[in-house]
Write a protein that binds this ligand. Structure first.
Ligand code: PDD
Length: 298
């Protein structure tokens, strides 16, 4: 349990109720969030996270309730109040307290909560040997329903997908869109190397515009690795030389096996972590070191 949490401008005790049971985030998942990594006391890629927060809020008809400087200070103060240098800050904005019912007219003030927790590092073996991803039956939310480009609190679809993948022995689920094209994982974007080209589903397939996804695309270009964004079928993954996932918390996570929709296990490439996956993880971490001073073993 964190020592303090940040709620609408104040650091408070998390054991005391700080958010109303009439809050629409609680009642309806009516809000958005960001997950930010802090390394050695410095947030990484803070600006892109704030920009996406603003886009998500616009997508649900809201505006960022605090200025950029206040939110930047909030990230720093919630980390400091919990005496954390390496951690994860979860920033949640809801439409606030209101009357029961979907009409948001009675909502007077958005609720903003920042939680800071220590970073629970992923097992080293996942980076050394790669993880297993599972194609699940559940489809990603359609772009013309709750658009996946909005990082909303409505995560039930992804939670059910995650549960399905865990039952089938996977660390991450892979979801298709309504047309059967690949979108992303439940908390990550997906990439693969095919014919020496780095490929990833394009944003129009209906997925979150990952902050790490953008960083990795620019790192690949810097290495003169050809990059392609478009529509991908599951079979494109099965024949890929390498597959990896990206997210704020996973960084660059290699995938060495995939369970297809028929439940068959398919090895990716040689079944070992590929060269590009390792190289891009090291490049990504070098960038973190440059931006925050954090040192890594690999
Ligand atoms: N998840 N796709 C989905 C559906 C996500 O929830 C996330 C992030 C990503 C990767 O985005 P980024 O690189 O900006 O972290 C892709 C965060 C980590 C979370 O849910 O806590």
């Amino acid at each position: 349990m964190p020592k303090k949490i940040w709620v609408n401008g104040r650091l408070v005790d998390p054991r005391r109720p700080a958010v109303s049971v009439f809050d629409r985030g609680f009642l309806y998942g009516d809000g958005v969030y960001e997950t930010i990594r802090v390394y050695d006391g410095k947030p990484f890629q803070l600006e892109p996270h704030f920009q996406r927060l603003a886009r998500s809020l616009r997508g649900i008809g809201m505006r960022v309730p605090f200025g950029r400087a206040v939110l930047g200070d909030a990230v720093a103060s919630v980390m400091a109040a919990n005496r954390l240098a390496d951690g994860v800050v979860r920033l949640t904005v809801t439409r606030g307290e209101g009357a029961l019912g979907f009409d948001p007219a009675s909502c007077r003030r958005p609720t903003v909560v920042l939680l800071a927790v220590p970073f629970a590092s992923h097992p080293a073996v996942h980076y050394e040997k790669g993880v297993r991803a599972v194609f699940v039956r559940l489809r990603r939310n359609a772009k013309n329903a709750l658009d996946p480009s909005i990082k909303s609190l409505n995560n039930l679809n992804n939670i059910l997908a995650k549960m399905e993948s865990m039952k089938k022995g996977g660390q991450e689920a892979l979801m298709l869109n309504q047309e059967g094209y690949l979108t992303e994982g439940t908390i990550s974007n997906i990439f693969f190397i095919s014919g020496g080209v780095l490929k990833t589903p394009s944003l129009d397939c209906g997925l979150l515009d990952g902050v790490t996804r953008s960083v990795v695309l620019s790192l690949a270009k810097r290495r003169s690795l050809a990059v392609w964004e478009g529509r991908c079928r599951p079979r494109h993954l099965f024949s890929a030389e390498e597959v990896f996932l990206t997210s704020t918390t996973l960084e660059v996570m290699p995938v060495t096996s995939v369970v297809d929709e028929q439940g068959r296990l398919r090895r990716i490439g040689s079944g070992q972590v590929g060269e590009w996956s390792g190289r891009l993880l090291r490049d990504y971490r070098r960038l973190i070191t440059k931006a925050t001073g954090k040192k890594f073993k690999i």
